[in-house]
Unconditional design. Structure first.
Length: 254
């Protein structure tokens, strides 16, 4: 992925990693469209950053995705990058179905069906571009589980394998698949995570991501240093120790 000169749509970017990444990519010379459910945040972003376009989208709704895709492509026919950022994380107790079923359904709808529907809405357009990229967002927890977030772990593992698979299928097109694999980052993804000492500061994380995108334009996976402990436990042969360390040290894993 070239670091500049793109037109980029980032659904799920009204706060956290998505918004910080949108601002950094805008600063690198890209046209950026921010998408999200909360119209108040979209209005605030538009007011503070008039050079960033905004569009309302609920990635849990197939109809909303379809409508947003039509709006984005009508305004930005040169769109060539889609970042499937939207995601949620829930703490679950799988001892009883009433403690996890509704949560699991919401997580899988947002984190798996959402990206699938987004890709379906844009894939034909992207294939018609001379150079295009889909950035999927998995997690270090796709490779080592945090015990209190089973559905989130599973959803991100699914995104990893989806990324691997469609990269193979789309090898005969102009569309590249880049998988972003965050570690814990200081955002509001879970209660208390914004100030957690175990999370990477948001600005530090996004700066490292953009630097990697810039220095490794052909990268298939974007991995900041802090995620490699989780990402490569199995390859190193210390997977069990990684899982034990993760669940002993993370405040949500106790």
């Amino acid at each position: 992925m070239n670091i500049s000169g793109n037109t980029i749509f980032i659904p799920g970017s009204t706060s956290g990693i998505g918004l910080a990444l949108a601002l950094e990519l805008r600063a690198k010379g890209n046209t950026v469209i921010v998408g999200g459910r909360r119209t108040d945040l979209l209005e605030q972003i538009a007011a503070e950053h008039p050079d960033i376009d905004t569009v309302a989208i609920d990635t849990t709704s197939a109809a909303s995705i379809e409508a947003a895709a039509k709006e984005v492509l009508a305004k930005h026919p040169d769109l060539n990058v889609l970042v499937t950022m939207a995601g949620i994380m829930r703490i679950e107790d799988w001892h009883k179905p009433e403690s996890f079923l509704a949560s699991a359904e919401a997580v899988l709808t947002t984190n798996v069906l959402g990206p699938v529907r987004l890709i379906a809405a844009f894939i034909e357009h992207l294939q018609a571009q001379p150079d295009a990229t889909i950035v999927t967002v998995s997690s270090g927890l796709a490779f080592a589980p945090l015990k209190v977030t089973p559905s989130y772990n599973a959803s991100k593992a699914a995104i990893h394998m989806l990324s691997e698979s469609i990269r193979l299928q789309l090898a005969d097109t102009t569309v590249k698949i880049v998988e972003l694999e965050p570690p814990a980052v200081r955002t509001a993804l879970l209660p208390g995570q914004e100030t957690s000492e175990y999370g990477v500061p948001l600005d530090e994380f996004v700066a490292e991501v953009v630097a990697l995108l810039e220095s490794q334009p052909d990268a298939k996976e974007i991995q900041v240093e802090r995620v490699k402990f989780l990402r490569y436990g199995e390859a190193r042969g210390d997977y069990d120790q990684v899982v034990a360390t993760l669940n002993a040290s993370d405040p949500h894993g106790k």
